[in-house]
Design a protein around this ligand. Structure first.
Ligand SMILES: C[S@@+](CC[C@H](N)C(=O)[O-])C[C@H]1O[C@@H](n2cnc3c(N)ncnc32)[C@H](O)[C@@H]1O
Length: 273
């Protein structure tokens, strides 16, 4: 069915709002997604149509309501051990090459952590290769713009089918199996959760971060930003890397042609010089 000019303008309003806030560009092919994802907000406020809800947003949308819209539309897709070679790189090169001799304390940042699978995967690898029982002292900062995703990340409960990529030994070591009403679900154990700090942070805003990181994971979020925004973001993130520290971006992302000051070691792996 053809859309009216008003409908197209409404969708453009939402597309622009999300771009302004999150620099995620939902293109015109995303109208169905917008409609589906905003349905819950629409019903919450008792509106019968999307047009009514968008009109309400335009005229009296509070910051809180706008956050709900951004939350609903920023895609949080992720899974455990996604783009696994980055985790191997982390423990084989990323950490060993940046630590000074005798240093056993370090931090890693998961800078768009979505529902937690990425920082927990980092936690599995670090627990295995740098065990705290052997006096390794590491921390993970996990941040995201989506408060909803962060809520899930902090809850740390995942249905069994989400654990597909996790080897059985790590399931036993790092997850608690649910019983009763939690049957079929797994929760990340305290030993890992205690080492991760979750925080709401807009990568394009001010950073309330006071530490330096050996490795920063900023994966599968850059793809939504335009080139100047990507360049600015990478420069900003590199200020939080230790000398020779590493920035990892998603496999389908590229910083080629950008003036970032980082050395490209291989696609998706960058180093502060
Ligand atoms: C596709 S997920 C990627 C998750 C994980 N890094 C991975 O690679 O599996 C993208 C995440 O980026 C977050 N995001 C989008 N814009 C952001 C921004 N401006 N600041 C911080 N996080 C943002 C979204 O909320 C979402 O959770």
């Amino acid at each position: 069915m053809r859309q009216s000019r008003e409908e197209i303008e409404d969708y453009d309003f939402i597309i622009n709002l999300v771009y302004e806030r999150a620099r995620i560009r939902l293109n015109d092919g995303k109208h169905q997604l917008i409609k589906a994802r905003l349905g819950k907000r629409m019903r919450h406020h008792g509106h019968q149509t999307l047009a009514e809800y968008i009109n309400f947003l335009k005229n009296s949308g509070t910051e809180e309501e706008i956050t709900h819209v951004v939350d609903a539309l920023t895609t949080n897709f992720t899974h455990f051990l996604r783009e696994k070679d980055h985790f191997d790189f982390l423990v084989q090169t990323g950490i060993p090459k940046t630590l000074e001799s005798g240093q056993r304390r370090f931090s890693v940042w998961s800078a768009a952590c979505a529902t937690g699978e990425e920082p927990y995967s980092i936690g599995f690898y670090l627990s295995h290769h740098f065990p705290p029982e052997q006096n390794w002292d590491w921390k993970i900062l996990a941040t995201d713009i989506s408060t909803k995703a962060l809520g899930k990340a902090q809850e740390a409960i995942y249905p069994e089918d989400r654990l597909e990529a996790v080897p059985p030994e790590w399931r036993r070591n790092y997850f608690q199996k649910g019983f009763g009403k939690w049957l079929g679900n797994y929760r990340i154990k305290d030993s890992i959760r205690a080492r991760i700090t979750f925080r709401n942070l807009n990568l394009l805003g001010q950073y309330d971060v006071n530490e330096q990181f050996t490795v920063i994971f900023c994966r599968n979020v850059m793809i939504y930003f335009d080139r100047p925004t990507q360049e600015e973001l990478v420069k900003k993130l590199s200020r939080f890397l230790v000398p020779k520290g590493y920035l990892l971006i998603g496999h389908s992302e590229s910083l080629t042609g950008l003036n970032t000051g980082l050395k490209c070691l291989r696609p998706s792996v960058y180093q502060k010089e």
